[in-house]
Write a protein that binds this ligand. Structure first.
Ligand code: NAD
Length: 495
């Protein structure tokens, strides 16, 4: 069993709280490690080290910061296989999926190498006679990231690359279910030449989170996780004077219009619903089949399911791995049971699938004739369960999405450009795909949902990330000209 410690001041530091949490290999059900759970006092120590480091780091030149980011990017690319293996060992997702996660996180490092350009302010010469006005963006100081289990490398990379490039010290509290990826990133940052204390990992649970949310030296909190916790983080962090962005859960709908290419839509639905065992915040969990699309679409999706290979993520043949824990697997299976009781038609039942060994596996479920009042529709299940809601018209389908509590991602499948454009205009969601089922924005845009999928007003990474991790200052400047100086108690104007 490995012991997973904290990372403070550029080195591993064993916990002193006396509290630890178990870490499992979800493919075997074996406990593989123990993670230290930080006390509030340990969090305070880590923040004090980060605060010291932040003072020097904000003075580092833009070219020095950019050089560290370039080196970090190279190391991440060189070690992407090692990082993917760590993700698979604690999360369970298949290796190719873990490699995809690392590749998307790498994009954020690439974006952040451009920090000299990204931090450029604006300048207005001669705003008044002899007066220039310009704006600059400065780092916040010590900022924190609190991240979920389902992307143990990518989500921390969404945050830390931008925060650090912008000149902050970053304290990460990763998920206690799969914390090793965070420690691996810490080692890469050190090797890349990042000064000690600029990247910190405090492992822990609610106690560590609450310590960060209330610590006076934490200026901002970036959070990704479930909606109830996101709401709590937003309310608690902001009431303690912090800037907070808190991304929550999702129920992502994919509309299929009757003119869509049905086989392509079925492939997309299967990939987006069951990839990573449905444990993605951008997973498609509801297909809205409009009119005549429904029967052929359900048949096409059903035909693909028996061929899916479920198994350990380390097996190159596996397409879908286990769920994160036994408890979560049972929770997802419970939803299937209640969905059937509520009247959904079972096309495939994951509870009956043959699965390997003692791991936390569950087969794939496809439920047809789901209605909006059913729990399988209203709740985020976060497992390999795809619901089909049949809708008579496009308008009814859009209304369904717009009435849903969540508004993370959504997609439309059609050959009709006009319908796609209308959908983009009508739909209340933060990320929209047109014949693209998982429209996670590239790193030079920003990621975020609407409604209960995001609390706060800035999205994650990209331009919004730069905005979130910096604050602006506007300077109005005049160089004295004794010839024009006089006494005037009136309010300054620029005429
Ligand atoms: P979670 O909310 O249980 O945990 C997220 C983080 O919050 C973890 O670091 C955890 O330690 C901490 N936490 C948990 N309970 C807490 C409490 N009571 N008080 C303080 N901190 C607490 O989420 P999860 O199960 O790790 O991740 C899955 C969820 O994350 C899903 O709902 C998924 O949709 C969501 N998610 C959203 C996005 C997005 O971009 N919107 C991305 C990935 C995951």
């Amino acid at each position: 069993m490995i012991r997973i410690a904290h990372w403070i001041g550029g080195a591993e530091r064993a916990g002193t709280s006396g509290r630890v949490g178990p870490v499992f290999n979800p493919a075997t059900g074996e406990q593989t490690g123990e993670v230290d759970l930080a006390s509030a006092a340990e969090v305070a120590d880590a923040v004090a080290v980060a605060k010291q480091a932040a003072r020097d780091w904000r003075s580092a030149s833009l070219s020095k910061r950019s050089a560290v980011l370039f080196k970090f990017r190279e190391l991440l690319a060189a070690h992407s296989g090692d990082l993917a293996a760590i993700i698979t060992s604690e999360h369970g997702k298949v290796l190719s999926d873990a490699a995809g996660e690392v590749a998307r996180g790498l994009e954020n490092a690439e974006f952040a190498t451009g920090i000299p350009h990204l931090l450029k302010g604006s300048f207005s010469e001669q705003a008044a006679t002899g007066v220039d006005v310009y704006s600059i963006r400065q780092p916040l100081g010590v900022v924190a990231g609190i991240t979920p289990f389902n992307f143990p490398a990518m989500v921390p990379l969404w945050m830390c690359t931008t925060a650090i490039a912008a000149g902050n010290a970053f304290v990460l509290k990763p998920s206690e279910k799969d914390p090793s990826a965070a420690l691996f990133l810490a080692k890469l940052w050190k090797e890349a030449g990042l000064p000690d204390g600029v990247f910190t990992v405090v492992n822990g649970d609610a106690e560590a989170v609450n310590a960060l949310l209330t610590h006076p030296d934490i200026a901002a909190v970036s959070f990704v996780g479930s909606t109830p916790i996101a709401k709590y983080i937003y309310e608690t962090g902001t009431s303690h004077g912090k800037r907070v962005q808190a991304l929550g859960g999702a129920k992502n709908h994919m509309i299929v219009l009757p003119d869509a290419e049905i086989d392509a839509a079925a492939d997309a639905a299967v990939n987006a619903a069951y990839g990573s065992a449905g444990e993605r915040c951008m997973a498609v969990s509801v297909v809205v089949a409009v009119g005549d699309a429904a029967d052929p679409l359900v048949d096409a999706i059903a035909a693909r399911l028996p061929k899916l290979k479920i198994g350990a993520g380390t097996d190159p043949e596996s397409q879908m791995g286990p769920l994160i824990s036994a408890q979560h697997r049972d929770r997802v299976a419970g939803y299937v049971t209640r969905g059937v009781e509520a009247g959904a038609k079972v096309i495939a039942d994951g509870r009956e699938a043959e699965v390997p060994g003692e791991g936390y596996f569950l087969g794939v479920t496809l439920l047809d004739n789901v209605t909006p009042d059913m729990e399988v529709y209203t709740d985020e299940i976060f497992g390999p369960v795809l619901c089909v809601v049949r809708s008579k018209t496009y308008a009814e389908a859009v209304e369904l999405i717009n009435n849903n509590e969540y508004g993370n991602g959504t997609a439309i499948f059609t050959r009709d450009g006009g319908a796609a454009r209308q959908f983009q205009f009508d739909v209340n969601a933060g990320m929209v795909g047109v014949n693209v089922p998982i429209p996670v924005p590239v790193a030079y845009y920003s990621f975020g949902g609407w409604k209960a999928s995001l609390f706060g007003d800035t999205h994650m990474y990209g331009p919004d990330g730069i905005h979130f991790f910096t604050r602006s200052k506007v300077v109005t400047s005049r160089w004295p000209d004794p010839g024009t100086s006089s006494i005037d108690l009136g309010f300054p104007t620029n005429r």
